[in-house]
Design a protein around this ligand. Sequence first.
Ligand code: HAM
Length: 421
Amino acid sequence: MAGISRPRGTDDLLPERLQAMEHARQLGTAIAASYGYRPLETPIFEATELFVRGVGDTTDVVTREMYTFEDRAGRSLTLRPEGTAPVVRAFWESDLRQAPLPARLSYWGPMFRYDRPGRGRYRQFHQFGVEVLGESEPELDAEVIAVAWRWLLELGLGGTSLQLNSIGDATCRPQFREALLDHFGPHLAQLPDLDRERLRRNPLRILDSKDPDVAGLLEAAPKTTDFLCDGCHEAFLRVQEALVAYGIHFQLNPLLVRGLDYYQRTAFEVWHEDLHGAQNSLFGGGRYDGLSEELGYPHCPGVGFAAGLERVTMLAPPPGPAPLPLVWALAAQPEAAATVIRLSEQLRGAGLAAVVDAGRRSLKAKMRSAERGGASLVCIVGAEELSQGLVTIRLLGDGSQVSEPLRTAVDRARALLFQSS
Ligand code: HAM
């Protein structure tokens, strides 16, 4: 078909997919609320600087993946590629910071990255996430993981593993970076271009290399956890102890580094066995105690995670069928149109879902649509019913039919539906 197609890397959320995503989001919000997290929403676009400074100007996200444009007044704006920097900004620009700390917040919404489209990888995708701002206790790192984990369980999503690492902080990371440079430096010639570039600009990222030629070097590479300073080491142990207390299994993964620059200490991802390569993470998160200062605000520690809803719903069992409209109100003759419209409004007012068909098609065609549309019950008004103030109510399950005065039709419809369910 030669029409205009949707932009590459985007998807239409058709009813079933949307229902699954809404289910996942609502469940996530409710579970987060049970841990004391309150939802917030931030704008879809932000000042470009927020991400350049927050996410980091050497990251793939900032160098290659942002949708950046100038508005009519010449400001540089960016469609948000992630939600953490915006939440930190919103925290400082609102009275959230005056409320008792830490602030526990949850959010969801579309994110935009000019990524290479593939299975579970889009240019517009949706994240659900939580952030805790204003406290650096390591038990909070375990808490956000617990929110994520409970959400996965309640979604019925198996086949996952929690990958956990500590990538140190400003005290100990410089030594680790040096050790990486020492380790890979003599092998520069054998590194693929991308990894050579990573080593030059952001050495930690080389640990994320998927190149088979680098695998051997990676195995022998220094481990973040061997370089942790006392503070980072102690914090990492406390995170692990708290995870044990939550009953959550984790896999220590010293090669886990994240694609965004703001992380310190705890870094984690949830992987799924059916996701491979660069898109294997279902959730990603960690602690970002330096982010607030990077953005020009006072010091404010934080920790959180975000999950891609497309990936989650691609893998989780689908929720039950959408609640379809149960009652259809049909006009059998044109003069009954206004009556069935009013009746359908009364049905909705009584808490039922109703589809109205007041058009000019034959009753037979309307009945067929009602059956296909999943109606449990139809209310029919034709010329005869109209003259007597009646409605014909038919239960589609057993084909039984009653005549009911218009005044009491809604109550009768409810009673019949209730009996039949
Ligand atoms: P992230 O790892 O960049 O972290 O993204 C989190 C999740 O978003 C991924 O695990 C994945 O499920 C999903 N995702 C990322 N890119 C795509 C894509 N192109 N298509 C589909 N899904 C995608 C963050 O964004 C951090 N803000 C997480 C965080 C919150 N850290 C602390 N607090």
